[in-house]
Design a protein around this ligand. Structure first.
Ligand SMILES: [Cu+2]
Length: 66
């Protein structure tokens, strides 16, 4: 499943790294692409959409429309 999320409070590469690491703790095989410019997170994994969103929120970020 590929999921593209808008995460408005991504500000820099450290944010991208933090989100990527958090997702990988839950789902080591997930393909995570964070675009700092566009403030988007694209995730390809077998994890549910809900669980990925929860990991991002638990890391201190907000998801548009969630
Ligand atoms: Cu940052």
């Amino acid at each position: 499943m590929a999921l593209k999320l808008k995460v408005p409070n991504i500000a820099c590469d450290a944010c991208a790294e933090k989100i990527t690491d958090a997702i990988h703790v839950m789902e080591p095989d997930a393909l995570v692409d964070v675009n700092v410019q566009d403030k988007t997170v694209t995730v390809k994994s077998d994890a549910s959409e809900e669980s990925i969103k929860q990991v991002i929120v638990a890391s201190g970020y907000s998801i548009e429309g969630y």
